[in-house]
Design a protein around this ligand. Sequence first.
Ligand SMILES: Nc1nc2c(ncn2[C@@H]2O[C@H](COP(=O)(O)OP(=O)(O)O)[C@@H](O)[C@H]2O)c(=O)[nH]1
Ligand SMILES: [Mg+2]
Length: 248
Amino acid sequence: MVGPAGSGKSHMTAALYEYMNLTEFDVITMNLDPGVVRLPYAPDIDIRKFVTLDEMVDHYELGPNGGLIAAMDKATLEFELILNELEEYSPDYMLVDLPGQMEIFAFRNSGPLMISELSRGNKVGGLFLMDPTLTQKASSFVSMLLFGLSITYRLDTAMNYMISKGDLLSTEQKAKIQDWSTDPEFLMQELYLEKGSLNAELSRRTAEMIYDQGVFGEFPIISAHTNENVDVAMGTLERFWATEDVSL
Ligand SMILES: Nc1nc2c(ncn2[C@@H]2O[C@H](COP(=O)(O)OP(=O)(O)O)[C@@H](O)[C@H]2O)c(=O)[nH]1
Ligand SMILES: [Mg+2]
């Protein structure tokens, strides 16, 4: 589960887990956020059993960012312990809830290393959650996709893009997001209307590059609160899991 802080990763982990459990998938959850205080699900494997943010902050007298960096580094060094737990479960599927601060997970070495360890013998894919409150304008929608691409590049996994918190969106807002994601001409037009000439050109080139990467398409608009389209998200994930190419 990937996405900026507060995009709904933990709640989506809970919603997908419930859905998969009910439909009799052999599935477990893993929490990789050492700083989370409350989770909307009870993780089967929990990084906090091995390291917590508070412990690092106290021990090394760090702030929250330094503490998270230290916690992730410690977890990477001791990842064998987490892998041992995983081996005991040996589930068919696992939902991995990543830390809120994606920047620290994805752009330092620890996150990619953990994902690469988890990828050994397993097919790993990202579900990138786009918070609709951060994608109200065409330009913020494009920059959020760019953030997703950047994380894809860092973690070296396939990425499935979805819009979270669908319950907060009106029918018109949902239609607009779908138009942006399926009609590049429409998106370009909106970008030109919104931005001055310099940024319009940057936006256009960025959108074109993202479009060439095959990222655009009809993104499922899901909600962990109402369970809207959780089945559609599952369909997307099942199609991803069914594809042959493990190194997408
Ligand atoms: N309305 C709405 N709020 C949500 C939804 N999913 C999460 N939230 C809220 O968004 C905030 C952050 O969610 P969380 O799952 O902790 O995000 P994370 O940091 O990405 O793990 C919490 O206050 C959640 O209650 C959703 O589907 N709908
Ligand atoms: Mg979380």
